[in-house]
Design a protein around this ligand. Structure first.
Ligand SMILES: [Zn+2]
Ligand SMILES: [Zn+2]
Length: 230
């Protein structure tokens, strides 16, 4: 039998297993704690023997905020699951809002896309290896990989297989996706210039030219709408 580490109960001096429901008592001024059986603590309170503050802790209810890394109780109102339906990762409501505002790196954007695609709450080892090879050896970009996946699964409407998560289609589809986005970007630009009056068309043409070249070389930036307006 595996032995679970324990504290000595503050009242009865018998061991309190750390994986059981226990009482944590604030002892002294410097936020030091003593530990006890839930029952022993509650009995001491009932007898008015105990004036110190304490709380009952259920280790199964304790989790760590994935963003600020502080421990929290799953019952707390501001503790929310961040990976439904798994409910294995939690974060403070405020930390989730902060995270939503934070600008993500292209790699983070890719990871989020992959996890949503295959209904995962982590990036499996095989996909981590694929990513590494594509970026380091084949010199693909993270946003290019994401764009290729979007093209394959959203434009071409292939069905992702959650039982076999893999991004192995990327090298075979990359060039095709690239051509698709290039065409899309050109059509977009054509439409945009249609809406302009003659005067602004002339001005835009002059100032837009270098931008056009930039877009051409970074064609995959069209994937991220924010970047289009750069
Ligand atoms: Zn006890
Ligand atoms: Zn937090």
């Amino acid at each position: 039998m595996a032995t679970v580490s324990s504290w000595k109960c503050f009242y009865c001096k018998k061991p309190v297993a750390k994986d059981s429901v226990y009482a944590r008592i604030v002892y002294g001024s410097n936020n030091t704690f003593r530990y006890a059986h839930k029952e022993c603590f509650e009995a001491a309170i009932a007898d008015s023997k105990e004036q110190r503050k304490g709380e009952i802790i259920d280790p199964n209810q304790i989790t760590v905020c994935v963003y600020c890394k502080k421990s929290m109780n799953k019952d707390d109102e501001d503790c929310l699951p961040i990976n439904q339906p798994y409910n294995t990762k939690f974060a403070h409501k405020a930390c989730i809002e902060e995270e939503a505002k934070r600008e993500k790196t292209p790699e983070e954007e890719l990871d989020i896309y992959i996890m949503n695609l295959f209904n995962l709450d982590f990036i499996p080892m095989n996909i981590r290896q694929q990513k590494k090879i594509y970026v380091e050896k084949e010199h693909l970009t993270y946003s290019g990989i994401k764009g290729t996946l979007k093209y394959f699964y959203e434009v071409q409407q292939h069905r992702p297989d959650p039982n076999n998560p893999s991004i192995g289609i990327v090298p075979y589809t990359y060039e095709q996706a690239k051509a698709y986005y290039k065409q899309l970007a050109m059509a977009k630009m054509k439409n945009q210039s249609k809406d302009l009056t003659y005067e602004s068309k002339v001005i835009c043409w002059k100032i837009k030219k270098p931008q056009r070249e930039k877009k051409k070389s970074k064609w995959f930036s069209f994937l991220d709408e924010e970047e289009v307006n750069e």
